[in-house]
Design a protein around this ligand. Structure first.
Ligand code: XIL
Length: 367
C-alpha cells in the first residue's frame, strides 16, 4: 500500500503496518552510543526526553532520523484527539494512533497517550447530549487498545478553571456528567491498562504572575481531592508552554509547587515544553539566546525536583511550526521555539536543555 493508501485506508491495523514498513529501514538512532543527545543526557539521569510528533512529520526521513536520535519517547501532537479519532459518533478510527504506536515500537521509543478527555479539538457532536459510552466507553476502548504499549496517559486535560465554580472549567463533560466525569475517566483508564501511568495534564502553573498563583492553588486542591476520593492518578503533567512576552517563570514559586505535588506522592512530567518567541528581538541569535535562557530557568527547577520523570517538548524542530502571521512574514520572521531549527540543527535551546538535564541530580527518581 502506498502512502496515499495509508492515509485513505479504512482497515484499522493494516495502515499502521504499511506506514511503519513505508519508513526506510535506515532510520535508526545511535543506539545510545552518542552521549551528546537529549535522549542520552536524560537517560544518564534516569529521565526520559521525548517530543510530540505526527504521522505527517514522520514521512520526512531526515526528521524521523533526528527524532529517533534525540528522543526516547513520542506523543501525538493531535492524532489521538477526539476530533481525529471519532469525527463521526460511534465510528472510531484508530489508524493514525496505530501508525504512531507502530513507529514507536519499530524504533524502540516509548509512547505517551494524549489526551483522552479534553474540551478542545472535539467533534461537533460532543456539544450535544452525551452518554456513558462517550465518556468511560471511549476511555476503555482507547486505553485498552494500546494496553501495555503506553508509558502514560493524559486522562483528563485542562479541566481546571480557577475562576469557575468549584474551580472546574465549564465543558461539555462537566455539563453532561457533573464533576465525577474526572474520577470516572481515571478509573476506566486504570481498569483498561493497570500498567500505564495516569496523568492529569494542565497549564497555568508555570509562571510567577498572580493568576498563576491562583492556578497553582486550584491545581493542588484539585489533585488532593482526586487522591482523597481514591481516583487512580499517578502524575501531574505540566505543559510548560512558555513565552518571551508577559509573565516569566518565578523559580521559587515553581519549586514550591513541584515540591507540593511530589509531597502528595505524585510524579511529575513536563509534557509540552516550548518557548513562544513572538515579541522577541528580530535578531535571531539574540532571540535564540532568550528562548534558551527561558527554557533553562524553567527546566533547572523542574529537573531538580525528585518527582520529575520525563520532559517532552511540543515538537522537536521549528521545521513544522505554523507559519507566522502576515506582519511577521513581511518582516521575514522565522519562529524559533523548539530545540532544533528548521534545518534540524541544534539551537541554543538544545544546548541549555542538555545542560539542564546534565545538572539534574543523578539516581534520584521515584515518588
Ligand atoms: C495543540 C496542537 O499543537 C495542535 O496541532 C492542535 O490542533 C490543537 O492542540 N495544550 C494541549 C495540546 O494539551 O494538546 C495542544 O496541542 C496545545 C495546548
Amino acid at each position: 500500500m502506498n502512502r496515499r493508501g495509508f492515509l485513505a485506508g479504512a482497515a484499522a491495523l493494516a495502515p499502521a503496518a504499511a506506514f511503519a514498513a513505508g519508513l526506510r529501514p535506515g532510520i535508526a538512532g545511535d543506539g545510545g552510543a552518542d552521549a551528546g543527545t537529549l535522549r542520552t543526557a536524560a537517560a544518564a539521569r534516569g529521565l526520559v526526553y521525548g517530543a510530540a510528533t505526527s504521522t505527517d512529520q514522520l514521512r520526512d526521513d531526515d526528521f524521523a532520523r533526528a527524532l529517533v536520535r534525540e528522543a526516547a519517547m513520542i506523543v501525538p501532537e493531535y492524532e489521538m484527539k477526539r476530533g481525529v479519532v471519532e469525527a463521526v459518533r460511534g465510528r472510531r478510527d484508530f489508524s493514525r494512533p496505530d501508525a504512531l504506536a507502530a513507529f514507536a515500537a519499530a524504533h524502540g521509543l516509548a509512547l505517551r497517550g494524549h489526551p483522552l478527555i479534553w474540551h478542545k479539538r472535539n467533534p461537533d457532536w460532543i456539544g450535544g447530549a452525551l452518554e456513558e459510552a462517550d465518556l468511560t466507553g471511549f476511555v476503555s476502548e482507547m486505553v485498552g487498545r494500546y494496553r501495555g504499549r503506553v508509558h502514560s496517559w493524559d486522562v483528563v486535560n485542562e479541566a481546571i478553571d480557577p475562576s469557575a465554580p468549584g474551580h472546574l472549567r465549564r465543558t461539555a463533560w462537566l455539563a453532561n456528567f457533573g464533576p465525577s466525569y474526572i474520577d470516572r475517566a481515571f478509573h476506566a483508564a486504570r481498569q483498561a491498562d493497570p500498567a500505564a501511568l495516569l496523568v492529569y495534564n494542565d497549564w497555568g502553573c508555570e509562571l510567577g504572575a498572580p493568576d498563576n498563583d491562583r492556578f497553582r492553588a486550584a491545581t493542588l486542591d484539585f489533585l488532593e481531592g482526586l487522591l482523597k476520593r481514591g481516583a487512580p492518578v499517578d502524575a501531574y503533567g505540566m505543559q510548560g508552554h512558555l513565552g518571551l512576552q508577559g509573565a516569566q517563570v518565578d523559580q521559587a514559586k515553581l519549586r514550591a509547587f513541584a515540591d507540593a505535588v511530589r509531597a502528595m506522592g505524585l510524579r511529575i512530567l513536563v509534557t509540552e515544553h516550548d518557548v513562544d518567541d513572538d515579541g522577541g528581538p528580530a535578531d535571531i541569535a539574540a532571540r535564540d539566546r532568550m528562548v534558551a535562557d527561558a527554557s533553562r530557568r524553567f527546566l533547572d527547577v523542574m529537573l531538580d525536583s525528585r518527582g520529575t520523570i520525563a520532559v517532552l517538548t511540543w515538537g522537536l524542530t521549528d521545521r513544522y511550526l505554523d507559519a507566522p502571521g502576515w506582519k511577521q512574514r513581511l518582516e521575514g520572521w522565522t519562529p524559533r521555539r523548539l530545540p532544533l531549527d528548521a534545518a534540524l540543527a541544534r539551537k541554543p535551546m538544545w544546548r541549555q536543555m542538555r545542560a539542564a538535564l546534565a545538572a539534574s541530580p543523578a539516581a534520584r527518581r521515584g515518588g
